[in-house]
Ligand binder design. Structure first.
Ligand code: GAR
Length: 220
């Protein structure tokens, strides 16, 4: 089986990276991680790649005068590793439009809300402030505007009475760790594709594209 050559871009902790590394260990998983790139020197998540013997590179954004120059350096390391699919996993840099266009429909991101609600930073605080009763996480194809693009898969998580930013973040993160491997499998296997800015697939696959976790009454 030929596996899709994926790279994961991180900026910090790398817990989603770790979930993707674990998923890719399965023989029948349609992608392999051939490179992990951090834009932050010494990012904690690089250790997960090291322990799985996956090559890492750091392209420190602080060393570049412009976003264009940073993205050009990033492209160079991705090209060297013959990367076919990019996965942003807590990568906290906006890409240039040219970079996004180059990776069009070959570039995924995970965000800790049910997009298009609550894009951007401080997601969980804004969910709580807004009084939302359901939150969750989304894996989507990357487009030039932050946290937008065709949605591959989502998981819904209830907001519980008494939730704090941390407690909600922890439950959403656990769902992220299940959702990202699921979405990467759908994309890398070719089971879904983008049509007119929507992700479509076989109806069986569409039915699998959402995860509802945990059941709505759990913990109440
Ligand atoms: C995750 O919650 C991810 O969804 C979020 O950053 C965290 C990274 O955690 N990404 C965004 O907010 C993108 N807008 P991790 O480094 O442990 O995977």
């Amino acid at each position: 089986m030929t596996k899709t050559r994926a790279a994961v871009l991180i900026s910090g902790r790398g817990s989603n990276l770790r979930a993707l590394i674990e998923a890719c260990k399965a023989q029948d998983f349609p992608a392999e991680i051939v490179l992990v790139v951090s834009n932050v020197l010494g990012a904690e998540g690089l250790a997960h790649a090291d322990s799985a013997a996956i090559p890492t590179r750091t392209v420190d954004h602080k060393g570049f005068a412009s976003r264009e120059a940073f993205d050009a350096a990033l492209s160079e390391v991705l090209d060297e590793a013959r990367v076919e699919l990019l996965c942003n996993a807590g990568f906290m840099r906006l890409h240039t439009e040219g970079f996004v266009r180059h990776w069009w429909n070959r570039h995924l991101n995970i965000h800790p809300s049910l997009l298009p609600a609550f894009p951007g930073l401080h997601t969980h605080a804004r969910v709580l402030e807004g009084g939302a009763k359901i939150s969750g996480c989304t894996v989507h194809f990357v487009r030039p505007q932050m946290d937008t693009g065709p949605i591959v898969a989502q998981a819904a998580i209830p907001v519980l009475p008494g939730d704090t930013e941390d407690s909600l973040a922890a439950r959403v993160l656990a769902a992220e760790h299940r959702l990202y491997p699921h979405a990467l499998r759908l994309v890398a296997s070719g089971a879904v594709r983008v049509e007119g800015e929507s992700v479509v697939g076989l109806s069986r696959v569409r039915d699998q594209a959402a995860l509802f976790s945990p059941p709505l009454n759990e913990g109440l």
